[in-house]
Design a protein around this ligand. Structure first.
Ligand code: SF4
Length: 63
């Protein structure tokens, strides 16, 4: 699994960090997404896919 996060698209809604906190965080200043793990283990896939679905800006992707 490979995760990407586009910080230019992110609007700081925080759904990713709430949904999959082992993979996503937000920076302290602008609340923009911080990708903690580009290649999370396969057992994280369900949460990562939920985070992708919940992101209102389409900033995160998984393949
Ligand atoms: S859910 Fe989307 S818009 Fe919100 S912080 Fe995460 S990447 Fe940014």
């Amino acid at each position: 699994m490979k995760v990407t996060a586009d910080r230019d698209r992110c609007i700081g809604a925080g759904m990713c960090a709430l949904t999959a906190p082992a993979v996503f965080d937000q920076d302290q200043d602008e609340a923009v997404v911080v990708l903690l793990d580009e290649t999370p283990p396969d057992d994280a896939r369900v949460l990562v896919e939920q985070a992708v679905d919940r992101c209102p800006s389409g900033a995160i992707h998984v393949r």
